[in-house]
Design a protein around this ligand. Structure first.
Ligand SMILES: [Zn+2]
Length: 328
């Protein structure tokens, strides 16, 4: 519904695309320049500050086919494209779901016995790595230890966590820990604006240093705005022709959960008007109450699995205020 605010992910820009993590970027650039990248990094820091983005950037720093500079990526080559859409065979995302983790680790170890498919350097991402500390993951964690200590050639590990102190000491000691910090407000605001979001102030305040949280808030707000708009349109369409009502009913009713949310907002708007009209003319109060009942009926009908477009169309027809001077 809202096509104007997709949030482009920045990983195709390499390390330069990472915002607010100067210390981490400096360390990684140094390691790249000297050819001494650690074989297993532990990216530790709060949620939504760029840890997974940094891991992908690091993978691209090794594998981009036309890097504009050390640690950067062109954003246009086949490798950059595959990483962006999540299909690169050598950027391995371990499924960290506890159930089946032992099997997943076995599969990984078998896979690592073969050289990378096409990348110069392969990367295994454990995100979140925290599950390895669960009692039921002891077998998986033990199997991983040796591989973490001595990974096969051209293979790097990145473990991602929000709480490094919860990880097993045996795992921690085999990795190099890089600390990610919460992002400054002005950087989050600039990033939101750069991604096409407007009025980022509230999102920045709620984000507390997490760009991920700020983006989720902006997306929720966009969804809410779209619903508010749809609720207003449904109400306005009650005064328009049958054609417009049918079109709108089909559009808003396409997703029944969305339709319910939208009707909830319409109900709330009518209810607020009723409260504001409590000292006003009785006729207005009666009409608002009538409309509230109409919306209620539509909501119940959708809940009872009546077709949502049909229920919405019925609602719009019955929301039409009675002609003045002719009591309903
Ligand atoms: Zn590239």
């Amino acid at each position: 519904m809202n096509e104007e605010s997709p949030s482009p992910r920045p990983e195709a820009r390499g390390l330069a695309g990472l915002i607010g993590q100067e210390q981490v970027v400096r360390t990684l650039r140094g390691a790249l320049a000297s050819g001494r990248l650690h074989h297993a990094y532990l990216f530790d820091g709060p949620e939504g500050v760029g840890k997974a983005t940094c891991a992908r950037a690091l993978f691209l720093a090794h594998n981009c086919l036309a890097p504009p500079a050390l640690g950067e990526a062109c954003g246009a080559c086949e490798t950059c494209h595959k990483v962006r859409v999540g299909t690169h065979p050598d950027l391995v995302l371990l499924d960290m779901t506890l159930q089946g983790l032992a099997d997943e680790v076995e599969r990984l170890i078998r896979r690592l016995a073969h050289p990378p498919h096409e990348a110069r350097v392969r990367m295994v991402l454990l995100d979140p790595a925290d599950n390895l500390a669960a009692p039921t993951a002891a077998t998986a964690a033990n199997r991983l230890l040796k591989t973490l200590e001595e990974p096969p050639a051209r293979t790097h590990f990145v473990l991602i966590t929000c709480a490094a102190q919860g990880l097993l000491p045996t795992i921690r000691s085999r990795t190099q820990r890089l600390r990610f910090v919460p992002l400054p407000d002005d950087l989050i605001a600039a990033e939101l604006l750069a991604r096409g979001h407007r009025e980022p102030e509230m999102a920045v305040r709620l984000a507390q240093g997490s760009l991920g949280r700020a983006l989720r808030y902006m997306e929720e707000r966009a969804a809410l705005d779209a619903r508010q708009e749809a609720a207003g349109a449904l109400r306005a369409a009650a005064r328009s022709g049958a054609q417009r009502m049918a079109e709108l009913a089909a559009e808003v009713g396409r997703d029944r959960d969305e339709a319910q949310e939208t009707l909830g907002l319409l109900w709330l708007a009518l209810h607020n008007e009723l409260r504001a009209a409590v000292d006003g003319p009785a006729g207005i109060q009666r009409e608002l109450l009538r409309q509230l009942r109409v919306v209620d009926e539509a909501r119940m009908a959708i809940r009872r699995y009546t077709s949502a477009p049909l229920a919405l169309e019925w609602m719009m027809r019955h929301l039409t205020p009675p002609t003045p001077g002719r009591p309903s």
